[in-house]
Design a protein around this ligand. Structure first.
Ligand SMILES: [Zn+2]
Length: 133
């Protein structure tokens, strides 16, 4: 049910992952080049590559941190939909997660108490109780 909402976000984060990976590889290569230049006593070029390498590392770390923050926030965005199933005979009430194809007055599973066919009485969005406390 949340496939449509997650799709574009996941595509963006996978593109970001590629950018982060490329930045990481380039900065590691720059740091390696810096070591090579330091080894051949070309300190000016060595420090330039070292500078570039550290900037790349900092940038990729920052971007990784940004994508992680977005991912943590994601599970709270799609609202949880619940289905209430009511037995017309004994009044037995059952609440479960909304399933594809659920609609009000649809007949569902038999009642665990009296074995009468139960009916969906309402479909509603769950009120987030965690935000209140
Ligand atoms: Zn019943």
């Amino acid at each position: 049910m949340s496939e449509n909402a997650e799709g574009p976000i996941r595509r963006v984060s996978s593109l970001l992952m590629v950018i982060i990976l490329v930045t990481l590889v380039l900065s590691v290569a720059a740091l390696y080049q810096a070591i090579v230049y330091f080894g051949s006593e070309d300190i000016t070029l060595g420090s330039w590559f070292m500078f570039l390498g550290f900037i790349g590392l900092a940038l990729s770390t920052y971007m990784t941190f940004q994508t992680r923050r977005k991912r943590v926030r994601l599970p709270f965005e799609p609202p949880k939909v619940l289905t209430t199933i009511l037995c017309q005979k004994c009044g037995m009430k059952n609440i479960r997660d909304f399933e594809r194809g659920d609609f009000v007055f649809k007949e569902t599973e038999p009642c665990p108490k009296c074995n009468e066919t139960m009916m969906i009485s309402s479909i509603y969005r769950e009120v987030k109780e965690k935000e209140k406390s």
